[in-house]
Design a protein around this ligand. Structure first.
Ligand SMILES: Cc1cc2nc3c(=O)[nH]c(=O)nc-3n(C[C@H](O)[C@H](O)[C@H](O)COP(=O)(O)O)c2cc1C
Length: 331
C-alpha cells in the first residue's frame, strides 16, 4: 500500500508525524520516534518573549506588552523556566539533524512582526527542513478589530516568508471570523502549509481555592471534529498543503483527516499517552484499513470527503445544521 504524501514540498513515506511538543527535547525520544517510523517531527515553539528577553537582556520591551503594567511581565515565564533557551534551541535542531534522518520542522511562536523574527533565518541555518509559525493570540483588546488582529498575523507571515527559503506553514486558530479568508490571504503571501488548528489552552476555575487554574488537558478524538470540517472546507480552495493537529488518536482519526483533505497528520496527545511506538500503530492501522477497503494508495483517499466540489459550502453547512436540529427526537 502506497501511503506516500507530500507536505510542504517534503516527500514523506506516510502522513504521520509529531506536532510541536517537548517530545523533541530528548534525543533518545527523537531516536525512538524515528524507530517507530515517524515521517517527520515538529520542534516545540521558540517564543517571541524568550528571544526578545535574550536580545535585550533584562531590559524587557514594555511596548511588546502593549503598554500594560509591569505586573504583566510577571505573567511570563522567567528565562530559566523555558526548556531550551534560544541558542540551545538552535543547537538542539543541529543535534537532531546529526542524529536522525527525519525531516525537522522548527516552530516559532509570537504575536508581533518585530526583530525576534530574525530567528526564522537562524532556525533555517541550524538545518530545519521547514518552519511552522504559531501566532497564539487571544484577541482580548476591545479596541482591536478582527481585521487588525488578522493584519498582525499577515505582517508576521510576510516578514518570515521574506526571510527564509525553507517551506513555511502557519498554525491557524479556529477563532477568526472567516477562517477561509485568512487561509486565502496566507496563500496569497506564499505560505506553503496550513496547520488546522491551534489548540488554545482553556483555564478552569478552582471553586475551593477561588483561583484560576491553567489546565493543559490532552485531547480526545472528539477534538478532531472541528478540524475535519475546516479541512474539508479548505481542501482544493487553497494552494497550501494542509496538516491536521488536534484529536488524532486512532488510525481511523488519521484516515478521516486525510479524507477531509490533510496531507500531513500531526499527533501529540496520543504519543504522550501511549509512547512513540503509537506512531507505528497509526501507520499500520491506516494501511490495514485502506487494504481492507481496496484502496490502491493513500492519495486515492485524500480529499475524498472534502467539500472541494461543493458550489456553495456555506449553504451546504447551513442546510446540514438545520436538518440536524429538525431531526432531533425528544426521548
Ligand atoms: C505538552 C504540550 C506542549 C505543546 N507545545 C507546543 C508548542 O510549543 N508549540 C505549538 O505550536 N504547539 C504546542 N502544543 C500543541 C500541539 O502541537 C498540538 O497542536 C495539540 O496538542 C493538539 O494536538 P493533539 O490533539 O494531537 O495533542 C503542545 C501540546 C502539548 C500537549
Amino acid at each position: 500500500m502506497d501511503l506516500s504524501t507530500t507536505y510542504l514540498g517534503l516527500k514523506l513515506p506516510h502522513p504521520i508525524m509529531t506536532g510541536a511538543s517537548p517530545l523533541v527535547d530528548d534525543l533518545d525520544m527523537v531516536k525512538r520516534l524515528e524507530d517507530a517510523g515517524a515521517a517527520a517531527i515538529t520542534m516545540h515553539s521558540l517564543y517571541e518573549e524568550q528571544i526578545t528577553r535574550e536580545q535585550l537582556g533584562m531590559v524587557y520591551r514594555m511596548e511588546l506588552l502593549d503598554s500594560v503594567s509591569a505586573e504583566a511581565l510577571s505573567y511570563f515565564p522567567r528565562a530559566d523556566e523555558y526548556r531550551l533557551g534560544p541558542h540551545q534551541y538552535l543547537e538542539q535542531i543541529r543535534l537532531i539533524k546529526q542524529t536522525v534522518k527525519l525531516p525537522v520542522i522548527g516552530s516559532l511562536n509570537g504575536t508581533t512582526a518585530e526583530g525576534w523574527l530574525d530567528y526564522a533565518r537562524l532556525i533555517q541555518q541550524a538545518g530545519a527542513d521547514a518552519l511552522e509559525l504559531n501566532v497564539y493570540h487571544v484577541a482580548a483588546d476591545p479596541r482591536e478589530s478582527g481585521a487588525a488582529v488578522e493584519r498582525r498575523l499577515f505582517d508576521i507571515a510576510r516578514a518570515v516568508r521574506e526571510s527564509v527559503t525553507i517551506p513555511l506553514s502557519v498554525k491557524l486558530s479556529p477563532f477568526y471570523s472567516s477562517v477561509s479568508h485568512v487561509a486565502s490571504q496566507l496563500d496569497a503571501l506564499g505560505i506553503d502549509g496550513l496547520v488546522v488548528f491551534n489548540r488554545f489552552y482553556q483555564p478552569d476555575i478552582d471553586l475551593q481555592e477561588l483561583s484560576i487554574v491553567p489546565s493543559l488537558s490532552l485531547s480526545s478524538s472528539s477534538t478532531l471534529l472541528l478540524r475535519l470540517r475546516w479541512l474539508a472546507l479548505l481542501y482544493g480552495r487553497v494552494k497550501a498543503s494542509l496538516a491536521v493537529t488536534g484529536g488524532v488518536h486512532t488510525p481511523q482519526d488519521a484516515l478521516k483527516a486525510v479524507m477531509a483533505g490533510a496531507s500531513a497528520v500531526q499527533t501529540v496527545s496520543a504519543v504522550l499517552q501511549h509512547g512513540p511506538e503509537h506512531i507505528r500503530t497509526l501507520v499500520d492501522g491506516m494501511r490495514a484499513w485502506l487494504d481492507e477497503h481496496e484502496y490502491e494508495s493513500l492519495k486515492q483517499a485524500q480529499g475524498s470527503q472534502s467539500l472541494e466540489r461543493s458550489p456553495n459550502p456555506a449553504a451546504f453547512e447551513r442546510a446540514q445544521y438545520m436538518r440536524l436540529l429538525q431531526s432531533f427526537q425528544m426521548s
